[in-house]
Design a protein around this ligand. Structure first.
Ligand SMILES: Cc1cc2nc3c(=O)[nH]c(=O)nc-3n(C[C@H](O)[C@H](O)[C@H](O)COP(=O)(O)OP(=O)(O)OC[C@H]3O[C@@H](n4cnc5c(N)ncnc54)[C@H](O)[C@@H]3O)c2cc1C
Length: 387
């Protein structure tokens, strides 16, 4: 028995990519998204070659490339004097090695492309539809919405992010606070910021990290500042922040970092706690309910692989369902292909925070370098990996 009808909780990057991959294989798909509109999320996301290869398989890589920025290289710089500690070549080197680009995308642009592709194939997208409960029985998988409506299909995919309702069936506990906090802002690239926008990367130092990269043809600069603050308890992604908080956190850092902080617009400066999950042994229940993306494996952002992992999950899940004779078999194949890899990335992301925010930035990269490329993450092909 193959599922004809898949219900997806959550219309984020992972849920929409899964919808597209399933629709392309002939399955009917409904996506239930709690938000009232496809929000213009004012932030960037790095799509590494492993994610862009999925987009190639799905036929939307060209559209994403057209709205993204492809950096020639990324530079890792010292916090005190701005000295380049390491240059990581991207650009044509990525295409030559991995047959896919490394790009910086605006999340809202990615959403527009995914939504259009899903709708073009007849995917049904339901906004203002928070999922409150999920269950399964011999008749199917059921998803209850806040207004009491119950939708029934063959399979429910929990792509409902960090605070997943679907994951509660596996682990009745919230995500844990990692000790890291992040501040983000998206600012226009002024002539003064041009050089930094053209030479993206990060500044690393003890317990802190400043990341910056261009979006939308180099007209916008995405800024993310990380610090550590044990005991943080504020909830939410969009807590307004003050520039003075960054000035305190990054006191003594070099002039370009102060320039980035000065550029952050307080009407568009937000902070939030970085929460994450510990790996689960299984993502699936009753052969009819499974997890994907942050709901399955929310990770710290220090390898820039959270969205890329959700995108990989999406294609592997669709391929597993297509290849298997039964749903339980499909979900077993999906987990076998995905859990070990995502658990490894979760661990390595945590470790990378310590490598990048060590006490002595001069030591960065002196011993054997471990990052998303040396770990082999870019070479993964979700379209051909065994399911
Ligand atoms: C600072 C920072 C920087 C990052 N940078 C990168 C990067 O450069 N590269 C990268 O690959 N990853 C990055 N990530 C990680 C990435 O953002 C996430 O891993 C990715 O968004 C996960 O996608 P998702 O679809 O699983 O979840 P989400 O994007 O969180 O989507 C979940 C969706 O479900 C909806 N939802 C939630 N609950 C319900 C419900 N009950 N009912 C219905 N809908 C619901 C939400 O509204 C949302 O639309 C970063 C993360 C952070 C914090």
């Amino acid at each position: 028995m193959k599922p004809a009808h898949v219900l997806i909780a959550g219309g984020g990057i992972g849920g929409l990519t899964a919808a597209l991959a399933l629709l392309q294989r002939g399955f009917a798909v409904d996506v239930f998204e709690s938000a009232r509109a496809w929000a213009d999320i004012g932030a960037g996301v790095t799509l590494a070659p492993n994610a862009m290869r999925v987009m190639q398989h799905l036929g939307i890589a060209d559209q994403i490339e057209a709205t993204s920025v492809e950096p020639v290289r990324q530079q890792v710089r010292h916090w005190q004097d701005g000295r380049v500690l390491m240059a990581l070549d991207r650009g044509t080197r990525m295409r030559d090695l991995y047959h896919a680009p490394y790009v910086y995308a605006h999340r809202a642009d990615l959403h527009v492309i995914l939504v259009a592709a899903v709708e073009a194939l007849g995917g049904r997208l339901h906004l203002s539809s928070p999922v409150t409960a999920v269950s399964a029985d011999t008749h199917g998988a059921h998803l209850t919405l806040a207004d009491g409506t119950v939708a029934t299909g063959d399979l429910v995919v929990g792509a409902d992010g960090l605070k997943s309702v679907v994951r509660l069936l596996q682990e009745p506990a919230p995500a844990h606070f990692t000790g890291h906090i992040a501040f983000r802002s998206l600012v226009p690239v002024t002539p003064e910021l041009r050089e930094l926008a053209d030479n993206p990367g990060n500044f690393i130092g003890p317990g802190r990290l400043a990341v910056f990269y261009p979006l939308r043809g180099g007209t916008l600069l995405n800024l993310v500042f990380f610090g550590r603050q044990p005991g943080w308890s504020d909830d939410g992604w969009t807590i307004p922040a003050k520039r003075s908080e960054l000035e305190t956190l990054f006191a003594g850092w070099c002039a370009p970092v102060q320039q980035l902080i000065a550029a952050a617009d307080e009407t568009n400066l937000y902070k939030w706690a970085i929460n994450a999950r510990t790996p689960l042994k299984s993502w699936s229940i009753d052969g009819r309910i499974t997890l994907l993306g942050d709901a399955a494996h929310a990770m710290t952002p220090f390898l820039g692989q959270g969205a890329s992992s959700a995108i990989e999950d999406a294609l592997v899940l669709a391929r597993a369902i297509d290849a298997a004779d039964t749903l339980p078999e499909a979900l077993t194949r999906y987990e076998a292909a995905r859990i070990a890899r995502t658990s490894m990335i979760q661990k390595e992301s945590n470790d990378n925070a310590d490598r990048m925010q060590g006490d002595d930035a001069d030591l960065f990269g002196m011993s054997k370098l471990r990052n998303e490329e040396t770990l082999g993450l870019f070479a993964y092909d979700a379209g051909t990996v065994a399911v």
